[in-house]
Design a protein around this ligand. Structure first.
Ligand SMILES: CCC/C=C/C(=O)SCCNC(=O)CCNC(=O)[C@H](O)C(C)(C)COP(=O)([O-])OP(=O)([O-])OC[C@H]1O[C@@H](n2cnc3c(N)ncnc32)[C@H](O)[C@@H]1OP(=O)([O-])[O-]
Ligand SMILES: NC(=O)C1=CN([C@@H]2O[C@H](COP(=O)(O)OP(=O)(O)OC[C@H]3O[C@@H](n4cnc5c(N)ncnc54)[C@H](OP(=O)(O)O)[C@@H]3O)[C@@H](O)[C@H]2O)C=CC1
Length: 295
C-alpha cells in the first residue's frame, strides 16, 4: 500500500456508480484505507453484491442505496438519509455516467438526454445536495468528479458525453471559487482507458468498433491504467493531504491524449451496417442491465 491503511479514517465518502467498474474499484480502495463508503446506482442487486464483496475484505464499511441521480428529489432524500443515519459526508465522487458510441446524426433526443442528463444533471444534483448541507453546517468537504480527456480534445461519436463531461469540468472550476471560503474543494480526474465491463460493452461493442480510445497499444506507456493508480490519485484529492488543491482536473492516462488516439475518430471508417451491428450489441447489454434495475 502506498498510503497508510488508516489515512482515510473518519472520512465518509459517497461514490455514485459505485457498484461497478471504476466506482467499485474506488469504493474498495477508499474502504481499504479506513473510510466509510456509500455507493449508489440503479440496480439494488449489483450494489448489494459489490458492498458485500468489499465488506468481506475490509469489515462493515460499505453501504448502498438504489438512487437514480437524474431525479433531484431522490438524490436529496438519499443524501439526507446518509446524514441522518450515519453522519455528514466528508467527500463525494461524481462517478456515475452513461455513454454509448453512435453517429451523432442518428442520435434521438432521448438518446442524447439519457447520456447528458446522467453525466451533467446527476453530478450537479449530487454536488449541490452535499454542498448545501456542508455550507449550512459549517463543514468542509471534497468533491472529485470522474471526467475524461475529451473535455479538452472533444471526441466524435460520443458527443453528448464529451459535452456533458465538459460541463462538469466547468462546474468544478466555478464552484472551486464560489465554495472555497466554505472549505469545500472541487477537483476532477480525467482517466485514459481503464477497461471495465459495462463501458467496454457500450464503447467497444463489436470488433469493428475497436479504436484508439479503448486500446492499450496506442497509449504511450503501452498499457491500460490500473485501478490502484487511479485509486491513489482520488484518495489524495479526498484526503486532508490535498487541502490547497482545488479547481483542478488531473489527467491519468499514460500520455494517451497527448499522443492523440484517445478519441473515437477511428470510427470514421465504419459502414452503416457495422453501425447497426454495434448498436444492436450495445443495446443488448443495456437491456440486460435494465431488467435488473430496482429504481
Ligand atoms: C474511454 C472510456 C471513456 C468512458 C466513458 C464512459 O462514460 S463509460 C460509461 C458506460 N456506462 C454506462 O453507460 C452505464 C449506464 N448505461 C445505461 O444505463 C444505458 O446503457 C443507456 C446509456 C442506454 C441509458 O439507458 P436509459 O435506461 O437511461 O435509456 P434507454 O434504454 O431508455 O435509452 C434511451 C435512448 O437511447 C437510445 N440508445 C440506447 N442505446 C443506444 C445505442 N447503442 N445507439 C443508439 N441509441 C441508443 C435508445 O434507443 C433510446 O432512445 P429512443 O429509441 O427512445 O429514442
Ligand atoms: N473506464 C474507462 O476507461 C473510463 C471511464 N471514465 C469514467 O469513469 C466513470 C465510471 O465508468 P466505468 O466504471 O468504466 O463504467 P460503468 O458503466 O461500470 O459505471 C457507470 C456506473 O454509473 C451508474 N449509473 C448510470 N446511470 C446512473 C443513474 N442514472 N443513476 C445512478 N447511477 C447510474 C451505473 O450503475 P446502474 O446502471 O446500476 O445505474 C454504473 O455503476 C464514468 O464517469 C466514466 O465516464 C472516464 C474515462 C475512462
Amino acid at each position: 500500500m502506498l498510503y497508510d491503511r488508516n489515512c482515510l479514517e473518519g472520512k465518509r465518502i459517497l461514490i455514485t456508480g459505485g457498484g461497478t467498474g471504476i466506482g467499485k474499484g474506488l469504493a474498495r480502495h477508499m474502504a481499504a484505507h479506513g473510510a466509510q463508503v456509500h455507493i449508489w446506482g440503479r440496480r439494488a442487486q449489483v450494489l448489494e453484491e459489490a458492498a458485500a464483496e468489499i465488506n468481506r475484505e475490509v469489515g462493515e464499511r460499505v453501504f448502498w442505496q438504489a438512487v437514480d441521480i437524474r431525479n433531484y428529489e431522490a438524490v436529496d432524500a438519499a443524501v439526507g438519509e446518509i446524514w441522518d443515519n450515519y453522519g455528514p459526508l466528508t467527500g463525494l465522487v461524481n462517478n456515475a455516467a452513461a455513454n454509448f458510441i453512435a453517429p451523432t446524426k442518428d442520435l434521438s433526443p432521448r438518446g442524447y438526454e439519457a447520456i447528458a442528463s446522467t453525466v451533467m444533471d446527476g453530478a450537479f444534483f449530487t454536488t449541490q445536495c452535499a454542498g448545501r448541507r456542508w455550507i449550512e453546517q459549517g463543514l468542509k468537504g471534497s468533491v472529485v468528479s470522474t471526467l475524461v480527456t475529451w473535455i479538452w480534445t472533444g471526441s466524435p461519436y460520443v458527443v453528448p458525453s464529451a459535452m456533458a463531461k465538459a460541463a462538469v469540468n466547468a462546474m468544478t472550476m466555478s464552484l472551486a471559487v464560489e465554495w472555497a471560503r466554505y472549505g469545500i474543494r472541487l477537483n476532477a480526474v480525467a482517466p485514459g482507458p481503464f477497461p471495465t465491463d459495462y463501458a467496454w460493452q457500450m464503447l467497444n461493442p463489436t470488433a469493428d468498433s475497436s479504436v484508439g480510445a479503448t486500446q492499450a497499444d496506442q497509449v504511450p506507456m503501452g498499457r491500460f491504467g490500473e485501478m490502484s493508480e487511479l485509486g491513489n490519485l482520488v484518495l489524495l484529492l479526498l484526503s486532508d493531504g490535498a487541502d490547497y488543491i482545488t479547481g483542478e482536473t488531473i489527467t491519468i492516462d499514460g500520455g494517451h491524449h497527448l499522443a492523440a488516439p484517445s478519441t473515437f475518430a477511428g470510427l470514421n471508417s465504419m459502414s452503416d451496417e457495422q453501425w447497426a451491428q454495434a448498436k444492436a450489441a450495445a443495446k443488448a447489454a443495456s437491456e440486460k442491465s435494465k431488467a435488473q434495475r430496482s429504481v
